[in-house]
Design a protein around this ligand. Sequence first.
Ligand code: MSP
Length: 649
Amino acid sequence: MTKKPYYITTPIYYPSAKLHIGNTYTTVAADALARFKRLRGYDVMLLTGTDEHGQKIQRIAEEKGVTPKEYVDEIVAGIKDLWKLMDISYDRFIRTTDDYHEKAVQDIFTKLYEQGDIYKSSYEGWYCTPCESFWTETQLVDGKCPDCGRPVEKAKEEAYFFKMSKYAPKLIEYIESHPDFIQPESRKNEMLNNFLRPGLQDLCVSRTTFNWGIPVKFDPKHVVYVWIDALTNYITAMGYGNDKYNDYNKYWPCDVHLIGKDILRFHTIYWPIMLMALGEPLPKHVFGHGWLLVDGGKMSKSKGNVVDPVVLVNNFGVDPVRYYLLREIPFGSDGLFNNEIFIKKINSDLANDLGNLVSRTAAMIGKYFDGVIPAPTDKEEIDDELIKLALDTPNQVDKAMDAFKIPEALDSIWNLIGRSNKYIDETTPWILAKSEDKKGRLGTVLYNLVESLRIISSLVASFLPTTSSKINEQLNIELTTWDSLSAFDGTRAGTMVKKGDAIFPRIDVDAKLAELDAIREQQMKESSAGDAKAEIKPIKPEITIDDFDKLDLRVVKVKECEPIKGAKKLLKLKVDLGGEERQVVSGIAQWYKPEDLVGKYVVLLANLKPVKLRGELSQGMILAAASEDESKLFAVTIPGDLPTGSTVS
Ligand code: MSP
């Protein structure tokens, strides 16, 4: 029988984003869903990848003196390592720099242009010249560039736009007639009421201010801007518009896009509209989970509260981290990450509830049956209650996972764990062991416990894969298929248990918290040392003495200096260059009053091509030294009365 396909996607990650516990959350959740659907017998495709283009990457690479591709290659390797550490069982990994994706994006863009959904116009916004970035009014921080904090100017650039408005009514109708398309429900209303119903603006889909992107095929001075490049990964990775893969008809439309709430608008408005324009079906569900917060706020480097998943996994193992994310954060709402709650949860839910159930069961079989799993011989009412719950739990988990209620699925499993522990207390095997005629009963109790653990372990495997393997190894469990969970007889009596170490050793909360604090402090120190270094700009590529010789640097004396009307930053200087008078416009008004400069001997780059700035001719450039944040600036002055026109070399 051919298996039914089930296609899950995670967002593709920006290589520039520091991966913290918050952004591993989406992928861990997607992995749990994928593993569960595999257990349910689906042919699962779990797609993840990286979103590698854009100005930010280009700038970081330039600062590091490497090509953008070299830069992202290194980071992507690190992201893949992180997914390995987090036990992510992805089936395919797409990079937006993959050739097949780039070609498909170019064709998609051309098709949309040719059919009239994309048109050329101009983009108006606030421009930061040093960063070469456009920002919208709302992106500015205190009216300044959000990246570098410098002043911005209003500017216009030629760009292509996508006619979003054309498809809005059709999308509203679609969302209204597919009530489970956007989940959770509250997010659906937010999209409809805050964005769609008030009217959509057309989306800018190209840029000319940087070139680290996919060139528009018919107008290559433009690169495709972010969202057409990024969102289409979900279909190109299945083979849409390329020959690399041939799975599009099998997997598309996907069953669910799992994403964080911050990118919900792109996935539930722009992406469905792009698909409508392409004539392709829409995803079945888009689920926007909440935000992972620390100490009640967002994680940020400056606050020093960024939770590093690698530190957690190295200290506690991967499954406790997965457990906390999947059980403790209500899936769909914001949730808190807190070290103390995390460690206490490990002690209570993992070490006490699950760990003890396994070790007590294995120890009793060791002690009373020499490690051989006994066969059941009888059945009492108290057994029925356990058996009924054990057989019902897989269905509860199934129902919860179908509705993307991951914590509820774990609640059901832990309910069975609790019931099994209670069963030990109720049946008191240590008392049964005292009378030879209760041996049969004791055997039944222990068999039932192993069998219950078989079901628990099979279900836990989707969330905590390593833990499940450890349980299976200790209790010699083999049958973990979905079908084997519908009968309470999968354990083979007569097999040996292998008592091993506690699967979750108890943790000393205070000692471990102190250790984690020390690690964080150390990381902060290292990162601020790194930042201090990063403030010094890297040295530019080497030049020869001949290159330097092209610069004609001369000593000049400032004779007159005045501000330029309407240009707050500029001063107009008249300088004496060995009898010749020159006019120079210099952007130093923020640091010098005109009268401070008159009479000073400064250095002029005398053979710089003249330009007009604010209508004033500038014949050269005054040299100045500035701190990286430009809070301080000094013109280079000569502390004596050298004849004007003297050369500087
Ligand atoms: N590249 C885009 C996605 C394009 S998908 C076509 C992107 N990348 S990201 O690296 O910034 O974010 C990846 C995922 O991490 C997103 O789902 C985002 O919502 C999620 N999170 C980032 N910080 C988070 C928290 N603090 N908490 C929970 N999820 C968070 O966006």
